[in-house]
Write a protein that binds this ligand. Structure first.
Ligand SMILES: Cc1cc2nc3c(=O)[nH]c(=O)nc-3n(C[C@H](O)[C@H](O)[C@H](O)COP(=O)(O)OP(=O)(O)OC[C@H]3O[C@@H](n4cnc5c(N)ncnc54)[C@H](O)[C@@H]3O)c2cc1C
Length: 319
């Protein structure tokens, strides 16, 4: 007989908003809502894409900051505005008038939910990849393209998106590029375009990154070695959204990411989705900006709700 798990413990308090995910999107939203003196619960499982970002150089006012430092400061700032923070994995969100957010051991209720759980990179089985993730194995041109400037670069990927990535890297960052299609038959037209741009093409599967602290090269399946200082890879992403499965939310035209309004509300009223789970770019300031926009809208809706219920008199605001 299987083990019977105890049912999640419900909590009596009704939060104004539960924020799921403490990356830049969720943290920025929590800080805004906390500064409106709203009752906010922020749930995060730990880890996440921002924690892999060692060198962030494109955030206004920071010459250089790491992702873990952004999260550490953001959590501190949110806690300072009385946001309650829980380290836990959200497993389900339901709506029946109010929202119910479940983790393995708890259920919480709220008027609004803001989801900012981001995406995860898909990694090919290349040995020692994680040793170099975020320092010389990169997955995002906007984030780390600049860090490959004038370096000996390998571009690899398992779809033709990687071909365009190699061409873009050549235009902006470095002339020394080797392109390795990963278990992908490259059309001859793509090989020609790459060759015309002076990009070497090697059709073989990389199996291991060589180097201890500094990347020295890439070993291929047949034992051959290619010298390189950085890798830019394109193997796609997975959405961190399992807990939304029961809600039948509307997706975008490609049926992959979530469709949202101009203030990041999903097709389920009261549930907001910010960051790369919607069609926005996967960037710190963009996720944070979306978090702020959604939080301002949630606060407006809370004001309207209380107005409708007669709790407060209507206040004339700017048009
Ligand atoms: C190597 C690397 C370098 C990067 N460099 C830059 C850069 O230079 N500049 C830049 O702007 N951006 C950079 N980024 C992107 C950036 O870090 C974020 O991906 C982006 O800011 C999106 O933030 P987010 O809040 O949407 O998601 P994330 O930062 O991914 O945060 C999501 C959070 O949700 C949590 N979570 C997920 N599922 C659950 C669940 N079920 N229950 C509870 N919690 C959950 C995760 O643990 C995580 O903490 C980089 C990313 C990587 C990987």
């Amino acid at each position: 007989m299987g083990t019977v798990l105890p049912s999640p413990k419900p909590e009596d308090r009704i939060f104004d908003c539960i924020v799921i995910g403490a990356g830049p999107g969720g943290l920025q939203a929590a800080i805004y809502l906390g500064r409106y003196n709203r009752d906010v619960l922020l749930i995060d499982r730990g880890g996440g894409r921002t924690s892999h970002a060692h060198f962030i150089e494109n955030v206004l006012t920071h010459r250089l900051i790491s992702g873990t430092e952004i999260i550490r400061r953001g959590l501190e700032q949110a806690a300072n505005f009385n946001v309650r923070i829980s380290t836990d994995l959200v497993t389900r969100v339901e709506k029946d008038g109010l929202f119910t957010v479940s983790t393995k051991g708890m259920t919480y209720r709220s008027r609004f939910v803001l989801v900012s759980t981001g995406v995860s990179d898909i990694f090919p089985p290349i040995e020692h990849l994680r040793r170099f993730l975020g320092t010389s194995y990169f997955t995002c041109l906007d984030c780390d393209g600049y860090r490959t400037t004038n370096k000996k670069l390998v571009v690899t990927g398992n779809s033709l998106i990687a071909v365009n990535l190699a061409l873009a890297m050549k235009q902006m960052f470095t002339k020394d590029i080797t392109f390795i299609p990963y278990q992908l038959k490259l059309p001859s037209s793509s090989t020609e375009v790459l060759n015309d741009e002076g990009i070497r093409v090697i059709e073989a599967t990389p199996v291991r990154i060589i180097g201890d602290k500094i990347m020295e090269g890439l070993e291929l399946e047949d034992g051959a070695r290619i010298s390189c200082e950085a890798i830019m890879a394109s193997f796609g992403i997975k959405l961190n959204d399992d807990f939304l499965a029961g809600l039948s939310l509307k997706k975008n035209a490609a049926q992959f990411k979530y469709a949202v309004s101009s203030v990041y509300e999903s097709s389920l009223p009261g549930l907001y989705i910010v960051g790369p789970l919607n069609t926005g770019q996967d960037q710190v300031v963009i996720a944070a900006g979306e978090g702020a926009t959604a939080a301002i809208d949630i606060n407006k809706r809370l004001l309207e709700e209380r107005e409708k219920s007669g709790e407060v008199c209507s206040i004339a605001g700017p048009a």
